[in-house]
Design a binder for this molecule. Structure first.
Ligand SMILES: Cc1cc2nc3c(=O)[nH]c(=O)nc-3n(C[C@H](O)[C@H](O)[C@H](O)COP(=O)(O)OP(=O)(O)OC[C@H]3O[C@@H](n4cnc5c(N)ncnc54)[C@H](O)[C@@H]3O)c2cc1C
Length: 389
């Protein structure tokens, strides 16, 4: 049985649903394929929209892209709320980065100096000023920096609103797993599927592969692209306020505690997200006692009241990491577009990615910030360097 569509989107995380919604809104007939097993990183994420407090030495092209993404996000969220009548929990209070001991402060100050050298704003705050913004911070906190333009969104509300917007705009959902994408010069792409009760194949004018870290396992992608994507495990906790306890945080807190990073992201409903580990463990989503212990220990060091909250959920997800930490977005063959590898910024980059992909699908150029992130940089098969005896 074959089904046809203008565009087949492979993967229903935030990247795939944002693209499907926007492509359908641009008048295309869209099918979105996802097995619906709830494994997506998008449902685990913390939802920080944090280009500045996430920026690291040596990632200036990625920083420019992330800044484009955070500028775009509020308008996209407004459009989504209007389309669905759902609040997505965008918070614009900003991010307060704090340091626990003198070594942590020195490291944070060095990184902030680098960020300022790129023209990014950061307000220095001593320990007292940090506590006047967040009274529940521990007395040990040495000081920190306020990054006013780093926001957050409730990623689960956001993901669910995207799915609803896609459905309302006419996107057809196929609950299967794509096994292969067959493209040939001048021929329409064919998408092969597995799964009970789903078509064997779909034919379309264009296919967009956005299956997170699983993208690399889909047959038919350029070998170098497949090999560039890997899972990076992140474990994270969701805490809730006991009844009658007022909110304990206003800003997103990013803390460096004895050399380790932990973040605490407040939600309007009182949830506090505490994350996250970063582990190279392949396809493993188990939650470990050690990770829960370490995250709680570090969170309680900077915000002792954390210990009084309810541990509502522990979870683990797989970030789609790449060889250079940048996303892979662009044309990779006749009728084949890739949009994956968003690593630790996929929620932030989702709206900007949808813009870029819809531009490509409708014959326009994406924003110049995307130039460094085309699949071409990985197109040649990646071969490990030879080992000489
Ligand atoms: C602990 C943690 C914290 C994070 N925090 C943040 C944050 O604060 N801010 C931020 O911006 N980002 C954050 N991220 C990163 C972000 O979650 C990811 O970059 C983003 O969710 C990637 O979205 P995606 O749609 O590409 O992939 P996913 O969300 O993983 O979705 C991929 C989808 O593809 C489907 N799929 C898989 N194989 C197939 C197939 N063969 N055929 C069809 N469908 C398939 C899956 O079912 C899934 O629904 C975090 C990630 C983790 C794990």
């Amino acid at each position: 049985m074959a089904v046809t569509a203008d565009i087949v989107v492979v993967g229903g995380g935030v990247i795939g649903t944002a693209i499907a919604w926007q492509a359908a809104a641009a008048g295309r007939d869209v099918v979105l394929v996802d097995p619906g097993t709830g494994e997506s990183a998008s449902l685990v994420a913390a939802g920080m929209l944090a280009p500045v407090s996430e920026s690291l030495f040596g990632e200036t092209a990625l920083l420019a892209l992330n800044l484009l993404a955070v500028r775009r996000f509020p308008q996209f969220a407004d459009e989504l709320e209007e389309a669905t009548g759902t609040q997505v929990g965008l918070r614009r209070e900003g991010t307060l980065a704090v340091a626990y001991d003198p070594g942590d402060y020195a490291a944070l100050a060095r990184l902030t100096e680098f960020r300022r050298s790129l023209g990014l704003g950061a307000q220095s705050l001593d320990a007292r000023a940090c506590r006047s913004l967040e009274p529940f911070l521990a007395p040990d906190v040495r000081g920190g920096f306020l990054f006013a333009g780093d926001y957050s969104v409730d990623n689960r509300r956001y993901a669910s609103a995207l799915s609803r917007a896609a459905a309302l705009t006419g996107v057809r959902i196929v609950p299967g797993r794509v096994t292969a994408v067959l493209t040939a010069d001048g021929a329409a792409p064919e998408v092969r599927l597995a799964g009970a009760g789903v078509p064997d194949s779909l034919s379309c004018a264009a296919v967009v592969v956005c299956a997170g870290w699983w993208s690399g396992g889909i047959e038919g992608l350029p070998a170098g692209v497949s090999q560039a994507v890997r899972p990076v495990k992140g474990q994270l906790l969701r805490l809730r306020l006991p009844a009658a306890m007022p909110p304990v945080l206003h800003y997103t807190i990013r803390a460096t505690v004895r050399g380790t990073d932990v973040y605490l992201v407040p939600r309007a409903d009182g949830e506090l997200v505490v994350g996250a580990t970063s582990e190279e463990r392949g396809d493993d989503r188990t939650v470990t006692a050690g990770a829960v212990h370490d995250l709680l220990r570090d969170a309680m060091s900077v915000l002792p009241v954390t210990g009084e909250l309810t541990l509502a959920e522990t979870c683990a997800g797989l970030r789609p990491g790449t060889l250079d930490n940048g996303p892979i977005v662009g044309v990779a063959g006749d009728g084949l577009v890739i949009a994956t590898g968003h690593y630790r910024n996929g929620i932030l980059l989702s709206a900007a990615t949808a813009d870029a992909v819809v531009a490509l699908l409708t014959g326009h150029a994406p924003a110049p910030e995307w130039a460094a992130f085309s699949p071409e940089r990985f197109a040649a098969p990646h071969r490990p360097a030879a080992v000489r005896p």
